[in-house]
Design a protein around this ligand. Structure first.
Ligand code: TEU
Ligand code: CA
Length: 554
């Protein structure tokens, strides 16, 4: 397998609005991030992925961009951004930027022009259609509830928006649009950034004619992995990406491992890896993410194993268990109460010992958890608020809706970073744009840094181990004890070495029995989340609640 720096890296995702506020206006900003660079260096991460910091009216917290080459006033200036990049580079870290080019803001100059008249030179930068029998041009639905079309009086036509009404989709069929995007990307790369995370990049090509969905299911079949998506990405790679030593990760909604190989296959000339959503859907029902559904460990193991084995040697995996759109991993897959630290460390062990590049989302390294705000008014996320209205109008019970939000709402991940036990968790001296999680006195970075046994130092150790042992990065994955409903165990193989990972996924103690036995000359217990004798025979183990162990065998 070809060695690459982006395979060996650990990425840390920053959601700037919620990371650190430097001027007391309640909104995180670039100066705030700069003040925490030594914290990131202490943790040991290699790459920072910065969520959008561009000019934006913030209908979707920066994912609606009105100027791709300017910095949002609330976050600071271009000079601040340059200082951030320099500060990262000085410390040996890299920076990847969020690239949001499936859509722009409706306040982008292109769209302001586009909506003026049908013959405006920018008309064709977006996707405009006349209505059909006085209704929307087709039956496609928005990810944020309702139709994906909005009527615009000025020219008596509709425009397409797969996300909010303030996020019109760009028309990738138009070569001029593609040229603008490539030039803008080149401009950022020439400023010295180290790559891009590409927002919903597998939605950029739509079926010509924009037909109705075949089964009333919202139209995904006509824009997920659309007909020209690979052509566009290969063009982008040729024109831009291939000219730089960078990393690229494409957010790819609803992709299978086979699709992922098309986007990220080593011989494809497209991207380095994709974020797939399959694992994130494990607790969703047929109606989607808000239908919270129980899941079994065997299902999860099957999903993980599928991605590990199908991509092996063909494409590179990205490994994440949460991000700014998902609930906190600890509340979702672990135990955010009694076994907070144990389960946070167990999940961290999984994140760092699979084949792929691990992505840590801010606050994960100190075990931040989901939040339960009593009133809907306390929530800020457009997806959550739109769903709330939509479900209310369809007659759902308020208490049920709130339970869905508690389990799945995006604001779970967006509460301010908990730096210390001072008011507002040390995030701001003012009033935060979204309330802090009331558990900040217990869970915060200062406390974690003062406790050698904290979740933070466990992450740090995992990151260090990855640097020391190639097998953790490159080894081939094999699932063990497939039908076990409580233990997730696997090996990684690399040359004459083996890594053995044993994870108890639940609070009940569990008996682990390894079959068939592994022959080895030497063994080393690389890491674990409990005191354990390195000499213990790992073929039969009594595992404690959420116990995790990683052995290296030779
Ligand atoms: O998300 C795309 C996406 O489809 C989902 O993750 C989405 O957030 C939602 O939860 C679906 O139920 C990306 C960004 O990560 C997200 O923050 C943006 O809101 C979205 O694109 C639009 O740019
Ligand atoms: Ca601020």
């Amino acid at each position: 397998m070809e060695k690459k720096w982006w395979k060996e890296s650990v990425v840390y995702q920053i959601y700037p609005r919620s990371f650190m506020d430097s001027n007391g206006d309640g909104v995180g900003d670039l100066r705030g991030i700069i003040s925490k660079l030594d914290y990131l260096k202490t943790l040991g991460v290699d790459v920072v992925w910065l969520c959008p910091v561009y000019e934006s009216p913030n209908d979707d917290n920066g994912y609606d961009i009105s100027n791709y080459q300017g910095i949002m006033d609330e976050f600071g200036t271009m000079k601040d951004w340059e200082d951030l990049l320099a500060g990262l580079h000085e410390r040996g870290m890299k920076l990847i930027m969020d690239l949001v080019v499936n859509h722009s803001s409706d306040e982008h100059a292109w769209f302001v022009e586009s909506r003026k008249s049908k013959d405006n030179p920018y008309r064709d930068y977006y996707i405009w259609r006349p209505g059909k029998d006085g209704k929307e041009p087709n039956d496609w639905g928005s990810f944020f509830s309702g139709s994906a079309w909005k009527y615009d009086e000025g020219t008596d036509e509709y425009f397409l928006h797969l996300f909010s009404t303030k996020q019109p989709d760009l028309n990738w069929e138009n070569p001029q649009v593609r040229r603008e995007v490539y030039d803008m990307m080149t401009w950022w790369l020439d400023k010295g950034i180290d790559g891009f995370r590409m927002d919903v990049i597998n939605l950029i090509s739509k079926t010509p004619g924009l037909p109705d969905s075949s089964d009333g299911s919202g139209g995904g079949e006509h824009y997920i992995n659309g007909p020209r998506v690979h052509e566009f990405l290969q063009e982008m790679n040729r024109e831009v990406l291939s000219k730089y030593d960078i990393m690229t990760v494409g957010e790819a909604v609803d992709v299978s491992p086979e699709d992922a190989i098309l986007f990220a296959g080593g011989d494809r000339g497209e991207l380095n890896m994709v974020f797939q959503f399959e694992w994130m859907g494990i607790d969703s029902g047929p109606t989607g993410k808000w239908e919270v559904t129980p899941w079994k460990l065997t299902q999860f193991k099957e999903m993980v194993s599928k991605w590990q084995t199908k991509l092996n040697g063909k494409a590179w995996n990205s490994i994440y268990l949460n991000n700014h759109d998902q609930p906190r991993l600890l509340s979702r897959f672990g135990n955010d109460g009694k076994y907070h630290n144990e389960s946070a460390k167990m999940l961290a062990t999984l994140l760092h010992t699979l084949q792929g590049t691990p992505y840590i989302y801010q606050g994960e390294e100190i075990g931040m958890t989901n939040v339960r705000f009593e009133k809907i008014e306390e929530y800020k996320d457009i997806e959550t608020l739109n769903m709330y209205k939509d479900y209310l109008s369809k007659g759902h019970d308020v208490a049920d809706i709130m339970e869905s939000i508690y389990a799945k709402g995006r604001d779970n991940a967006r509460t301010p970073m908990q730096w210390n036990a001072e008011p507002q968790a040390g995030f701001t001296t003012g009033t935060p744009w979204l309330a802090v999680n009331p558990n900040y006195k217990e869970i915060n970075a200062e406390k974690a840094l003062g406790d050698p046994d904290s979740v933070f130092y466990y992450y740090k150790k995992l990151i260090e181990l990855r640097k020391k042992h190639d097998i953790i990065v490159y080894g081939d994955y094999t699932l063990l004890n497939e039908t076990d409903e409580q233990i997730f165990a696997y090996t990684r193989k690399w040359g004459d070495e083996q890594l053995l990972v044993i994870l108890n996924f639940y609070e009940n103690p569990a008996q682990f029995k390894l079959e068939p036995a592994i022959n080895f000359q030497s063994k080393e217990l690389l890491i674990g989340n409990y005191e354990a004798s390195p000499d213990e025979d790992f073929h039969e183990l009594s595992l404690r609640p959420y116990e995790a162990r990683v052995y290296k065998l030779k």
